[in-house]
Design a protein around this ligand. Structure first.
Ligand SMILES: [Ca+2]
Ligand SMILES: [Ca+2]
Length: 243
């Protein structure tokens, strides 16, 4: 083969590879925006606790400090001391998601300073504990737990999975009106049958603190929280776990 033909073939191959990698890049980007359908709050913690879904649920930081995330990027996750640190994202009607809910988060548990440390919690209304929802890293087990308070016969839907402190996990809780599911690192870990709509909570959406049991705090690092008013499909949870 002549030098000229070899150069032309190499050039064609390079263009094909560039085209394919561009396609897969755009597929990834489009897939991500499809997945973001129904997001009501997102906290990527890019140097602050703003709600980057632009729904206005910006977090107010109480003591939590910006640290490096799981990729080593500085100021891209929040560390909580387990004593009195938390982030308050306020209350808004959209955060009471009605018939379905998904919460996803990256979580690094350092230790337990209280029982039932919350990751994300919007729970309780005055004297009524069983309203709203939560994603928690229960110290019993220990296990991650996802809880939804329901207006059906079940009252409380829950699903849990065991884990060990001292490493990052991608945790997702999904409720679709018929089952309560929890995923660990993108894989379905537990699915329990429950029915009913979510009972609204008037308490604030809090990260790292339980607004109902006010002595419960989280000790560790939390990052990239997304809350949806729909049930994510398993492939969407799996896709988010690779980010
Ligand atoms: Ca982040
Ligand atoms: Ca503190």
């Amino acid at each position: 083969m002549s030098i000229r033909k070899m150069v032309l073939r190499a050039g064609a191959l390079a263009v094909s590879l560039l085209f394919l990698s561009t396609c897969s890049f755009f597929d990834t980007v489009i897939g991500f925006f499809d997945t973001m359908n129904g997001v009501v709050a997102s906290f990527p913690f890019n140097g602050n606790a703003d709600d980057e879904s632009r729904r206005g649920n910006d977090g107010t930081v109480h003591g939590a400090t910006l640290v490096a995330d799981r990729h080593g990027r500085p100021d891209s996750a929040y560390s909580f001391d387990g004593i009195d640190d938390y982030i308050d994202a306020g209350d808004a009607e959209m955060l009471n998601t009605g018939e379905a809910l998904s919460i996803t988060a990256w979580v690094y548990v350092r230790s337990f300073t209280t029982t039932w440390p919350p990751i994300v919690k919007k729970n309780g209304s005055g004297a009524a504990e069983y309203t709203g929802y939560s994603l928690e890293c229960n110290n019993i087990g220990p296990h991650f737990g996802f809880y939804v308070c329901l207006d059906g016969p079940d009252l409380l839907g829950q699903s849990g999975v065991a884990y060990s402190p001292g490493r990052w996990y991608f945790v997702a809780g999904v409720y679709d009106g018929t089952s309560c599911r929890i995923y660990l690192d993108g894989e379905l870990a537990s699915s329990q049958p429950f029915t009913g709509g979510l009972i609204p909570s008037t308490n604030h959406l809090c990260i790292g603190w339980d607004p109902y049991h006010s002595d419960r705090y989280f000790d560790g690092v939390i990052d990239d929280i997304y809350i949806f008013d729909r049930a994510l499909a398993g492939f969407e949870v799996e896709a988010l776990s690779h980010r």
